[in-house]
Design a binder for this molecule. Structure first.
Ligand code: FES
Ligand code: FES
Length: 160
């Protein structure tokens, strides 16, 4: 099948790929752009493990038509750290044992990043709401919520 060109910004990098029309963004990121950080869980829009940010807004990349991101910005956990140091969210998740199998973690981190970008000091309920579309079968969610609140506090110069 003929492929069409697609360009977008992926974690600060101008990215160009050729895609089969109708491809979903998750496949294009993983197979076309080589970013394996978004995970495929259900591939049906249920689990949230494939969550990426499109122009700062969380989207399920398994349900997003790749053609719709032409010229837009995609953020994944592949670009979260932005250097040798972990992002505060990653650091807090690691310290708080908020990842067990880790399969949900990339999606959780992106949902949390979107929250902290728009609401730097969220309430616990706001954190719970922000990750409500992201399923975790391992942790019981409490360590994840605690880690997001810890990261928020550190990013604001507060102690958690
Ligand atoms: S893989 Fe996209 S929601 Fe589960
Ligand atoms: S840590 Fe295993 S699904 Fe969340």
């Amino acid at each position: 099948m003929a492929r069409t060109p697609l360009t977008f910004t992926l974690n600060d990098a101008e990215t160009g790929v050729f895609v089969v029309p109708g491809s979903n963004l998750l496949d294009v990121l993983r197979r076309g752009a080589g970013d394996l950080t978004p995970k495929q869980g259900c591939a049906q829009g249920t689990c949230g493990s494939c969550t990426v940010l499109i122009d700062g807004v969380p989207h399920l990349s398994c349900l997003t038509l790749a053609e719709t991101v032409e010229g837009r910005r995609i953020d994944t956990t592949g670009g979260l750290a932005g250097g040798p140091d972990l992002h505060p969210l990653q650091q807090a998740v690691m310290e708080g044992f908020a990842a067990q199998c880790g399969f949900c973690t990339a999606g959780m981190l992106m949902a949390a990043k979107a929250l902290l970008d728009r609401t730097p000091n969220p309430t616990r309920d706001e954190v719970i709401e922000a990750i409500s579309g992201n399923l975790c079968r391992c942790t019981g969610y409490e360590p994840i919520v605690d880690a997001i609140l810890t990261a928020s506090a550190r990013m604001q110069g507060r102690t958690a």
